[in-house]
Design a protein around this ligand. Sequence first.
Ligand SMILES: Nc1ncnc2c1ncn2[C@@H]1O[C@H](COP(=O)(O)OP(=O)(O)O)[C@@H](O)[C@H]1O
Ligand SMILES: [Mg+2]
Length: 366
Amino acid sequence: MATVTISDVWKYYGKTVAVKELNIEVRDNEFLCLLGPSGCGKSSTLRMLAGLEFISSGDIYFGDTRVNDIPPKDRDIAMVFENYALYPHKTVFENMANPLKLQKMNKVDIAERVEWAAKMLEITELLQRKPVELSGGQKQRTAIGRAIVREPKVFLFDEPIAHLDAKLRSHMRGELKHLQRRLETTTIYVTHDQLEGMTMADRIAVMHEGVLQQLGTPSEIYNHPVNEFVAGFVGEPPMNFVDCYIERQDDAVALVNDSGQMKLLLSDAQSRALAEKSADGVVRLGIRPDDLFVEAGQGHGLDFTAKIFITEPLGGDMLVEAELGDDRLTIKRKIADMGQPGEACGLAFNIEKLHVFDRETGEAFF
Ligand SMILES: Nc1ncnc2c1ncn2[C@@H]1O[C@H](COP(=O)(O)OP(=O)(O)O)[C@@H](O)[C@H]1O
Ligand SMILES: [Mg+2]
């Protein structure tokens, strides 16, 4: 069983606290993504898992075995970094064979393993080339090949495709996910790219300033972010935020933006959720670009009249930035023609999809 348990783990570098009281249980065969902005403690966590960095406090277990004091080479892990660190004077075959040679595997078995991995990664025809003769994507595949030949208990990836160009990155996302499902190996994958987390992971652990913010499936993270940080970090274009105050009308609750042009009547369940959490009158509303409706011109049936700031056609979808009082909102819709900047447009909210956050703490009320 290759479960991985991170229990109350802290990491200090001198006075810098890189990881604070981290608790994560990675399931057997799971693809877990550590997601967060640069400097949030992802690599420190991964390096502690690998045994490359001392654990300041807390415990890490692989299965039932505490690995804190086990050296990297005895942890049965394979790690792939952003800079793939291939041996320049060795061929692709030799690079991939290296970990098996170190294990003193016999030559016939080594050749069989390397050819198996090369076939899976579709680099069989490159086996006799040197790294200098490879493209970025081919080098990255070689590095991945070198990691998978050993069939380790755990894969650790640290931004392995971050510097590839956009098209290749998208291709490699699919390949890595497919490979992980096929190999059925517990995988911990570090990235700052929310799209990689959303598309590849079984579960995502969102980190910020060394602290785990939320651990959940991509859908849980996207649809039910626990705070404003997670809500704003996941999703592209990012969620819109609007400062509002609460207006109570008999039994109903409305949210009004600070400049007064927008008033949204909440559902009963939403009103109750705000009451139960005793929000103090000011909140921050969140709404994703997909959950807004927009229409060109005046005289539409939508709730509000806004002003077009800019339009960005994306081929299929259109991104519209519209101003409603002092707030600017991004809307994503399939619209062919939206009119010109400065012109009026209609705007409406999918009330069911509203998020409301505490303005002070960022904590989600719903
Ligand atoms: N070797 C180190 N010495 C001192 N500070 C470090 C070291 N490595 C990382 N840090 C600091 O720890 C924090 C987390 O870094 P890191 O784990 O590399 O974040 P991430 O991988 O999420 O970008 C950052 O503030 C970083 O500057
Ligand atoms: Mg890093």
